[in-house]
Write a protein that binds this ligand. Structure first.
Ligand code: PLP
Length: 359
C-alpha cells in the first residue's frame, strides 16, 4: 500500500523524547522554548508561540488580536473546517470569498466586495503548501486597516517572492502527523509584533502574568516538552523533507497525463503539503477507486466547501461559491510524502495514466 501521508520519525526524535522523559520536565519547558526559537528563525520572524494544535493556534491568534462578538473575518470556503471555525470560537463570523481556480487559494480580486464595517481581519489559507497572493492581500489589508492572520497550517517554509509563509501577518501552523513536519499534535503562532506575542503567551496560560494572579480570561493551550522534542528534531529535517516533496512533485509534473497538475505562479515556493490534481469529465471518483484497487492511497481535500457544510448552511443560509464548488468535485490529492520510492512514483503515474487513457 502506498499511503497518502506518512510521518518520518527517526532516531533523533526518539532520543529527544527519551531525554525529556528522563529530565522530569514534561509540560511546557525548555524544549518548547528551543522549538519556538528555531521555528521563528525558520519563518524569519521575531516570535513563535507553541500551542497544542493548529486549531488552538488559530483560536489563540484571534483572541490575541481581540477579535470577538460581532466581528467578521474574510476567508476561503475551500479549506479545512478549522480555518472558519476559529471565528465561531470567539463569537465572530467567517465571511467566505471564492477561490482562484488555478491556485485553489482565496481570490484577492473578490475580497474588497466582501468588506463591511464589521470586517476586522482577512484570514488567507495557504492551501496544499502554496502561498496566497500575499502582495495583493497585504495591500487590501493596509488600505482597509485590517488584521491579517495567515493559516499556514499546510505551508511550512513555503514562500511568496522570497518571503516565508507566516511572516506577513500573524502566522498559524499545524504540526499534525500528516503535515510537512510534526510534533504528533501541536501548533505554532508566528509574529513580529511584541504585543501579540505577549498576548498569546498570557492567554495560552490561563491569563497569568504572575503565578496564580489572573488578569484576564485565559485557557490551557500549551504544548508539552514531549511534543516539542519531536517537533524540534523534525524542524532540523524540514528542508530535506520539502526538497524530497518537491522532487516527487517534479516527477509527477513531468509524467502525469490527462489530469491537470498543480500550478505554481512565478516567484512562489510550493512545499507540496499535498500534490493535488484536477480530474476532468467526472472521472475523479472513478480514478480514486482505480487507485484504491492498485493499493495507492489518495484523498479529497475537500469534498464539501465550508459554506455547504450542514451547520454553516443552517447558520448562514445558502451561498454560491462556484469555483470552490467546482473544485470540490474535481480535486484529488495523491501521495507526495518524503518516503516515496522511485518505484512508488512510477506505480502512481502508471495507475493514473492508464485510467485516464481509457475511453
Ligand atoms: C488549513 C488548515 N487549517 C487548520 C488546521 C488545523 O490544524 P490541527 O489539525 O493541528 O488542529 C489544519 C489541519 O489539518 C489545516 O489543514
Amino acid at each position: 500500500m502506498i499511503s497518502i501521508a506518512k510521518p518520518v520519525i527517526g532516531d533523533e526524535e526518539k532520543q529527544a523524547v527519551l531525554e525529556v522523559l528522563d529530565s522530569g520536565i514534561l509540560a511546557q519547558g525548555p524544549r518548547v522554548k528551543a522549538f519556538e526559537d528555531g521555528f521563528a528563525q525558520m519563518c524569519g520572524v521575531k516570535h513563535a508561540i507553541a500551542t497544542s494544535s493548529g486549531t488552538t493556534a488559530l483560536h489563540l491568534a484571534l483572541l490575541a488580536h481581540g477579535i470577538g462578538a460581532g466581528d467578521e473575518i474574510i476567508t476561503t470556503p475551500f479549506t479545512f473546517i478549522a480555518s472558519a471555525n476559529c471565528a465561531l470560537y470567539v463569537g465572530a463570523k467567517s465571511v467566505f470569498v471564492d477561490v482562484d481556480e488555478r491556485t485553489f487559494n482565496i481570490d484577492p480580486a473578490l475580497i474588497e466586495a466582501a468588506i463591511t464595517d464589521k470586517t476586522r481581519a482577512i484570514l488567507p489559507v495557504h492551501l496544499y503548501g502554496l502561498c496566497c497572493d500575499m502582495g495583493a492581500i497585504m495591500q487590501i489589508a493596509r488600505k482597509h486597516n485590517l488584521i491579517v492572520i495567515e493559516d499556514a497550517c499546510q505551508a511550512h517554509a513555503s514562500e511568496y517572492k522570497g518571503q516565508r509563509a507566516g511572516s506577513f501577518g500573524t502566522g498559524t501552523f499545524s504540526l499534525y502527523p500528516t503535515k510537512n513536519i510534526t510534533s504528533a499534535e501541536g501548533g505554532m503562532i508566528t509574529t513580529n509584533d511584541d504585543a501579540i506575542d505577549e498576548a498569546c503567551r498570557v492567554v495560552r496560560n490561563h491569563g497569568m502574568r504572575r503565578r496564580y494572579y489572573h488578569d484576564e480570561l485565559g485557557y490551557n493551550l500549551r504544548m508539552t516538552d514531549v511534543h516539542a522534542a519531536i517537533g524540534g528534531a523534525q524542524l532540523g529535517k524540514l528542508e530535506r523533507f520539502n526538497k524530497q516533496r518537491a522532487e516527487n512533485a517534479a516527477y509527477y509534473d513531468a509524467h502525469l497525463q490527462g489530469v491537470k497538475t498543480p500550478y505554481v505562479p512565478e516567484g512562489y515556493r510550493h512545499v507540496y503539503h499535498q500534490y493535488t490534481i484536477q480530474v476532468p469529465d467526472g472521472k475523479r471518483d472513478g480514478l480514486r477507486e482505480h487507485l484504491k484497487e492498485k493499493e495507492i492511497g489518495s484523498e479529497i481535500y475537500y469534498p464539501v466547501p465550508i459554506h455547504q457544510q450542514g451547520f454553516y448552511e443552517e447558520m448562514c443560509g445558502k451561498q454560491s461559491m462556484p469555483v470552490a464548488e467546482k473544485l470540490s468535485g474535481e480535486v484529488l490529492s495523491i501521495p507526495v510524502h518524503p518516503s516515496l520510492t522511485q518505484t512508488d512514483r512510477e506505480q502512481v503515474v502508471s495507475a493514473i495514466n492508464e485510467f485516464m487513457a481509457k475511453e
